[in-house]
Design a protein around this ligand. Sequence first.
Ligand code: URA
Length: 231
Amino acid sequence: MRLDKYLAHANFGSRKEVRELIKSGRVTVGGKTVKDRKLKVKVEDEVRVDGFTVVLEEYMYFMLNKPQNVISATESFEHETVIDLIDHPQYRELFPVGRLDIDTTGLLIITNDGKLSHQLLSPKKEVFKTYYCKLKHDVSKSDITFLETGIPLKDFTTKPAKVEVIEEDEVLLSISEGKFHQVKRMFKYLNNEVLELKRVKFGNLVLDETLEAGEYRRLTEDELTDLKKII
Ligand code: URA
């Protein structure tokens, strides 16, 4: 593949931008500075930009511990996005699987695999997502029954949720849907308020608690295999 095409594939910019990059002497192939954009490069060649090795990948899967004040989008003029947190030459291909509110933290899958994302989010697949919820008030037995049966929100009634009580004002809530502000709306209906919301599980994928907010890592082969089993 031609060097300029290779770098464009690796998302170093448009063909024109990539040409400038090469012209300015920032690109090396096999340790030598190359200014010929037509140079043919092979996959096994070591291409570097500003000293960083260019890696081309077909599919990428990351687990991010989303921090607060970052939005689950690919681009924004106003806020930092979850994609801004990922340091990868092909970051332009990446997107989050679903959304978490700006003040919600925790597990977000970041990938460029549209098919996997589509299936994980498909209402037909009913993939459960588990949220740690810190609440303003204690939850009652009747609240739990409501959550486990279905909450009649304005536009729809929620599907039965699973509830695990940690403390009277702390629960793990698992829901198979993902409507806008769903967890917050469910507790609002119960005259309660979510003070802290953190997603800890997506299907069978568990948030790696060693990841600090804002940190991410690749999914392991096993995690990816297990995730694909549920869809
Ligand atoms: N439910 C919410 O209310 N917010 C989220 O970010 C996720 C689920």
